[in-house]
Design a protein around this ligand. Structure first.
Ligand code: NAI
Length: 703
């Protein structure tokens, strides 16, 4: 049962009931049509109310049907809306809580609408690279006017019902109910009232019949198009929203509807929309851990302790303070604590200056922060996150101390970025309570959190930190234990390729430009200068010992030997004017690269942007395939999430694994075979990972 049918005193009430948000899936659509027919066939029914059970009127399309034939199976949404609009008895939408996408389009097809205050109303299709496809672009302008409708459709943002009700002359809401609680009763009374008027001969109003009052000219839409184009970052859908709304002002209703449909179908096939829809699904999949039951009882996290008030400890603490969770930071010395707290204050104060934080909120947050030099003060914390120096000996001392001190059941987390979590867990007598929480820098800004699952990490610990991640507004991805976890393990291959490209003939700026044109927020060399080239240097020094056979370009080491660590030393791959962050090509670095090339005996060649992108991106893809196969990542789409939220991978490409799917895995393998022939590259690395080779030969995809 996905829509209930009940008659109350001459009014048939159709209640959508398809949890969690009454998505308009096939069964729900059928139930709506059946309910409409039944109500019209029943002479005792004078009017029909459509409403939603639980937490929403309707959130729109049922995402479980995305990309399946069921989404379009008749009765599709257009058919349902046509049936509602064409009903012979008045149909009233009783709207509350959430009314979005197809839900709003359905409501717009009703003859009347009554809404509760506090309802989020939106046409969010643009966020999936689409436009509303069931009349939204044609009916909403008729209901609230062109400009407000255009704003909603282009932005996809939700607007509260009470704000929409204030638009002068609006026809979206015929009535506002006093509250959600009284909506049901008020809707019934309103339904009988309009039924009475209808019985007296008043025709049923239809939004489609509204004449758009101000026939806005081409100039207005051209202006809107230019504005939107500037903000759309190359995504086609926002501009198409303008086209569709313009059609509502220039075409007859049915013709406008057809124009909307044509645009909708075109957009469905664009790579941008495919990528956005992939990421939408990926974000929903990422929190699911197959062997951890959804209903597993969680541990309560009411207070957090952080060990180390350095770069990461401070940022990590802010996440919890922002979410209203008290934090106690422990350091070795008072000066370190004072420095750490001062950095947190400075961070908040700069947010206040930018108008992003109110003074009272700031004070509330700081009041939740306390510090200590004594482990005994941490005893009662529910979660402790270690963020001390990246040194196994230091971590050992900290975890032994935590094991002695912390109350039973406390979760012990490490923010290590490279060390073996299983070893860290083994320093305690409770490895089941140990988990990795790998935050990214700056930890109060970056959305990504890698949750590192140790061999012995308990399921409820995992489920608890995944839920906590949501609370502090992070996107958490589960990773198994390996060097670098998902993100950094892959980036190492990308960086290695960037180095080879310099040796073979590129300049840093050429590599950065090519990959930024592909859509990355920042190329590898600009990124190195920002993060500090010394970090990679330290990792490589370790690698030279651990894996002496592995091939690296030495150019980055030469750079570091000159002390060019990046922006923090005023020079890196690029030069920087004092106090400025704009990269300037460096004659010194280019000469250094050329010199090194000579010692390698390489004659530089012209390398195309296409090759640069292939080598950098497919290096990620091949390592990603190994990571899935080894079970380090649960699914390919988790890797895409890591790269979108942690590494500036272009959203419109959907993440490295999705991008490879779009290129076609067979093609990816062919390119890798070609790259393997380059004598200056690492042929061994370009052997397609077994998973990739298998999927390619079977004509399958990662996602
Ligand atoms: P940091 O050097 O800025 O801070 C470390 C802090 O820990 C210092 O304030 C130090 O006084 C304190 N500390 C050292 N030993 C201690 C002990 N025994 N007890 C109490 N406090 C102690 O280092 P950062 O960058 O914050 O890194 C911390 C951890 O986070 C490392 O494991 C690192 O690998 C990891 N990480 C760092 C990232 C980064 O971008 N900086 C990103 C992700 C993880």
């Amino acid at each position: 049962m996905t829509a209930e049918y009940k008659v109350h005193g001459g009014v048939a009430v159709l209640t959508l009931n398809n949890p969690p948000v009454n998505g308009l899936g096939y069964e729900t659509r059928r139930a709506l049509i059946e309910g409409l027919e039944r109500a019209q066939a029943d002479a005792s029914v004078k009017a029909i109310v459509i409403t939603g059970a639980g937490r929403a009127f309707s959130g729109g399309a049922d995402i479980r049907e995305f990309g399946t034939p069921k989404a379009l199976q008749e009765p599709n949404l257009l058919t349902v809306i046509r049936a509602v609009e064409g009903a012979e008895k008045p149909v009233i939408a009783a709207i509350h809580s959430v009314c979005m996408g197809g839900g709003l389009e359905l409501a717009l097809g009703c003859h009347y609408r009554i809404a509760a205050p506090g309802c989020s109303v939106a046409l969010p299709e643009v966020k999936l690279g689409l436009i509303p496809g069931a009349g939204g672009t044609q009916r909403l302008p008729r209901a609230i006017g062109v400009e407000p409708a255009l704003n909603m459709i282009v932005s996809g943002e939700a607007v509260p019902s009470e704000r929409l009700a204030q638009i002068p002359g609006q026809k979206l809401f015929d009535r506002m109910a006093a509250s959600v609680d009284s909506l049901g009763e008020e809707a019934l009374a309103f339904a009988l009232e309009v039924a009475g008027r209808h019985a007296q001969g008043e025709p049923l109003p239809r939004v489609r019949d509204v004449r758009l009052k101000v026939p806005l000219g081409e100039a207005y839409f051209q202006f809107a198009r230019n504005m939107v184009k500037g903000m759309a970052k190359g995504f086609p859908a926002p501009v198409k929203c303008v086209d569709a709304v313009q059609a509502a002002t220039t075409k007859a209703f049915e013709e406008g509807l057809r124009a909307e449909r044509d645009i909708f179908i075109d957009l469905m096939w664009t790579p941008e929309s495919r990528a956005l829809r992939h990421l939408f699904q990926a974000e929903r999949a990422v929190s699911k851990i197959p062997d951890v039951p959804a209903e597993i009882p969680l541990r309560e996290i009411k207070s957090v302790a952080v060990i180390g008030a350095g770069t990461m400890g401070g940022g990590i603490s802010m996440n919890f303070l922002n979410a209203g969770i008290p934090v106690k930071i422990l350091e070795m010395k008072q000066e370190a604590l004072d420095r750490g707290v001062a950095t947190i204050r400075k961070n908040y104060e700069s947010q206040i200056k930018k108008g992003k934080l109110k003074q009272d909120k700031y004070e509330q947050r700081m009041a939740l922060l306390s510090t200590t030099l004594d482990y005994a003060d941490l005893r009662d914390a529910d979660l402790v996150i270690e963020a001390v120096f990246e040194d196994l000996g230091v971590k050992e001392a900290v975890f032994r101390k935590l094991d002695e001190t912390m109350k039973p059941g406390a979760i012990l987390a490490s923010n290590t970025s490279t060390l073996d979590l299983n070893k860290i867990a083994a320093f305690t007598r409770r490895p089941e309570d140990v988990v990795g929480l790998h935050f990214f820098s700056p930890a109060n800004v970056m959305k990504l959190l890698e949750v590192v699952r140790g061999e012995k990490t308990a399921k409820d610990v995992l489920a608890t930190v995944m839920a906590l991640a949501k609370k502090i507004k992070k996107v958490a991805v589960v990773s198994g234990v390996c060097d670098g976890f998902i993100g950094n393990r892959m980036i190492e291959q990308y960086s290695r390729q960037a180095g080879f490209l310099l040796d073979e003939g590129c300049t840093p700026a050429q590599v950065d430009r090519a990959i930024e044109k592909f859509g990355f927020a920042m190329g590898p060399f600009r990124m190195g200068d920002l993060a500090g080239n010394d970090i990679g240097w330290a990792i490589r020094k370790r690698r030279y010992v651990e894996k002496p056979g592995l091939k690296y370009s030495k150019t980055a080491d030469l750079l570091c030997e000159r002390g060019r660590f990046g922006q923090k030393t005023g020079a890196g791959w690029y030069d920087y004017a004092p106090g400025k962050r704009d990269p300037i090509e460096s004659a010194e670095v280019i000469a250094m690269i050329e010199e090194h090339r000579k010692t390698l005996g390489i004659t530089p060649r012209k390398i195309s942007d296409e090759e640069i992108v292939e080598r950098l991106v497919f290096a990620l893809v091949n390592e990603g395939a190994h990571i899935i196969e080894e079970g380090i990542a649960l699914r390919a789409s988790d890797i895409d999430i890591v790269y979108i939220y942690g590494y500036g991978f272009p959203v419109q490409r959907g993440g490295p694994m999705f991008y490879a799917d779009e290129v076609g895995l067979y093609n990816v393998v062919q390119i890798m075979k070609r790259l393997a022939k380059n004598p200056y590259d690492d042929a061994e690395f370009w052997k397609p990972a077994p998973l990739l080779a298998r999927l390619a030969s079977e004509g399958k995809t990662f996602n």
